[in-house]
Write a protein that binds this ligand. Sequence first.
Ligand code: ZN
Ligand code: ZN
Length: 277
Amino acid sequence: MCTGAPARSCWRLSGMASCDPMIANYHAHTWRCNHAVGREEDYVQAAIARGLKIFGFSDHTPYPFPWYYYSWFRMKTGELGDYTATIWDLKQRYRDSLEIHIGLEAEYYPGSFPELVALLKDHPVEYLILGQHFLDNEMGAHGSSMPTGNPELLTKYCRQTMDAMQTGLYTYFAHPDIFNFTGDRGLYQEQIRRLCREARSCGIPLEINLLGMEKGKHYPNRIFWEIAAEEGCQAVLGCDTHDSKALADTRSEENAMAMVRALGMELLETVPLRPIR
Ligand SMILES: [Zn+2]
Ligand SMILES: [Zn+2]
């Protein structure tokens, strides 16, 4: 069963509509993940300069893995307190000019997810976004961005992220098209249709990832988004900021808007945050 408030503040773009610039971004990182740069306050000031009204930090979550495994692209469990305290401070100081939220980008790893949720209960984390960078429980598993034609891995990616959405704990699904499948197109379409139907029935918006667009990555994947549009999924734009300077560049936002318009998709300006508790 899926729960959560229905989406609000949405508008549907028609072929002729002119688009308002984005007012909310819920996807941004901090230096703690070892591959983002700059001070948190620089991100806040760049968000204000861009005209954003809502800005959510969603750094790569710490994960309670076994002691012998080190996951290099995320903060350590012991850094979570400093992360939330730093953003909490900014939230208070900038409350008159920007609505700041404390989130995390979290894979769904069934082996450690209950422990993760238990850990988060001790911290003022307001929301989770789903970003499934690896299959299974990460350790020794297939990375979602690695090209593969293996149908079993694609099926597993879809099954695992559908299970994630069914937890009811994720606010939205970041770069849902990150799985880099090079095999049979018909199989890809069939599996992605299942995933999109689940997102729709769970009321989970799908993110068009602006970083992927800016860097020319394998996502956003046009085939994925054609299916998402056919299935009536809701889209949301996410900057996936790893450097505050990138917030000044709005070209990928414009490209994403053009894609949404061409597909006739519903685009959410803001997303209601799902409580983790
Ligand atoms: Zn990252
Ligand atoms: Zn991210």
